[in-house]
Design a protein around this ligand. Sequence first.
Ligand SMILES: *Cc1c(COP(=O)(O)O)cnc(C)c1O
Length: 461
Amino acid sequence: MRYISTRGTAPVLSFEQAMLTGLARDGGLYLPEDIPTLTQAQIAAMAGKSYEEVAFDVMRPFIGDTFTDAQFRDLIARAYAGFGHAARAPLVQVDSNHYLLELFHGPTLAFKDFAMQLIGQMFQAALSRSGDRVTIVGATSGDTGSAAIEAFRGLKAVDVFILYPHGRVSEVQRRQMTTPVEANVHALAVTGDFDDCQALVKDMFNDFAFRDDVRLAGVNSINWGRVLAQVVYYFTAAVSLGAPHRPVSFTVPTGNFGDIFAGFIAKQMGLPIADLVVATNRNDILHRTLQTGAYTKEGVTPTISPSMDIQVSSNFERALFYAYGQDGAAVASQMEDLKSGGFKISQGAYDMLTATFKSGRASEQETSATIAAYLAQHGELLCPHTAVGAHVAQAHLGSIPMVTLATAHPAKFPDAVKAASGISAPLPARMADLYDRPERVTPVAADLAALQAVIKERIIT
Ligand SMILES: *Cc1c(COP(=O)(O)O)cnc(C)c1O
């Protein structure tokens, strides 16, 4: 299996190289040259299998010879062993044809654990074979950073540095980043906002001398390995609702377009998905794009669903690549136009996108009202991101079963949940002592040289 860039001019890579590289050298994102398909019989045979077995069936065709079957099974088993639910991604029915797919039973209570836990295992296996060591640096508004620290803590071949904006993440998110005791993980509180953190990381990747010196690697949501791991739960959910004999639709709370793009891959692989519904909060660039065909940047407004407060959804580039018939030059030219504020999607590409993706948005008031209504009517306490999804899904319910992705546990966003519902969501018992564990954090200025000095001093050589 070979991997190509959405902009057409970067080197073609293996799965292992694409995973360790992250961003392509031409600025594009890696995708498999061909999307493997599964037969109806192969999909039907997933009924009754464990999450781990389905994960193997779905991902195996993508990884080439990076791992043997036995190794890959072992990595999958380790990745999901720490989840707090035997099904890993259980479905909960809330209405005659509406289900929630609970993706928050991982160690940091958000769906990002599904991909990050597996990426951690795959990095470790690939690096211990090559004898290399890498330094992972990432910026976070909360969920990605905690998932990355949890996944890489204690692994031998990696140091992890996570930059988060001081004072601007929830207390649970902060504690998940600052309480792990392992020497290879470092939470850095940056004096600035999320954009400052992201700009610092970008500058570090563009400082080639530093990049080579510390062997920088990235695990943000453009990493193909992360998208791939998220394809699996579309299969487990759809199969348990009757696929491949019955179609299923999904509504996905969306920010960077990674999670819903994984649904698109599942569909290309042969899973009978009817609608893929993009749910946005008031930062609704994707909803506007799907309504009008024009992708136009506006400012980001903070909301109670902060993991979706995004202006440029990086993984949308992957959907554009397919919409443009895999024409890398067309994608590169649209991305160039984005620098000056936006672009207009061609009619053919727009028709392809709207045939696959539906969309909707939820205001802050609608999000809070949905949290209250689901508690009253269904006894389910939703996190604000899930509530955005549930609100949007409501408008797309019909005869086909609808699955809304429940992307985080309500206890991760206690203030917004309490304000909307009047009740506090307790942390699961396995992490009930989170508030008692000592914190370890390094404050840094939003300054490239200062940050590079901290990293060089801390890495384990
Ligand atoms: C990251 C995140 C999202 C958005 O997912 P994308 O893949 O970026 O679209 C939604 N909800 C929660 C809780 C998240 O952490």
